[in-house]
Design a protein around this ligand. Structure first.
Ligand code: HEM
Length: 132
């Protein structure tokens, strides 16, 4: 009985908790932005000051994966499609975004299972944001 409760508890744990909380997402986003900074397709889409965007993306991902709702408190409903409407996200831009995000994910320490789940989500979300 006690064993089952432990197992149930483990199943309830979110990816956010398993990977180590907000620090993981801050790290991930910093790595991702290292790619963005030198990308000739993506860099021009981002504002000069990259810091606010880094924070928003880290908070969004943390919230999505089971962390606190800080993103929502600060930014309101994500409405990602609307927020990306002003950027030309064609196949090349989507692929560039995925390239940098995948190499960031692959540089992080996490279980294979979580890596697969996170990668699949990010690819799916990026594909949905294509608007050209
Ligand atoms: C498909 C390629 C993508 C491109 C080219 C792109 C580009 C951008 C750009 C230029 C910004 C503005 C950054 C700033 O204002 O500093 C932004 C913001 C953001 N993006 Fe993306 N993005 C992409 C995919 C994604 C995906 C897949 C997600 C989520 C999984 C995402 C989540 C966000 C969030 C949360 C913000 C901040 C929104 C806010 O202002 O609160 N983006 N993105």
């Amino acid at each position: 009985m006690a064993k089952d409760q432990v197992r149930f508890g483990a199943m309830e744990e979110s990816l956010y908790e398993r990977v180590g909380g907000l620090a993981f997402f801050v790290d991930l986003v910093n790595r991702f932005y290292e790619g963005v900074e030198t990308d000739e397709i993506l860099r021009p889409m981002y504002p000069e000051d990259l810091e606010p965007g880094k924070e928003h993306l880290a908070l969004f991902l943390a919230q999505y994966w089971g962390g606190p709702a800080t993103y929502q408190e600060r930014r309101g409903h994500p409405r990602l499609r609307m927020r990306h409407g002003e950027f030309v996200i064609n196949k090349r831009a989507r692929n560039a975004w995925i390239l940098h995000m995948t190499s960031a994910v692959n540089a992080m320490e996490m279980s294979d299972e979580d890596r697969v789940e996170l990668t699949a989500y990010l690819e799916m979300a990026a594909t949905q944001l294509r608007n050209r």
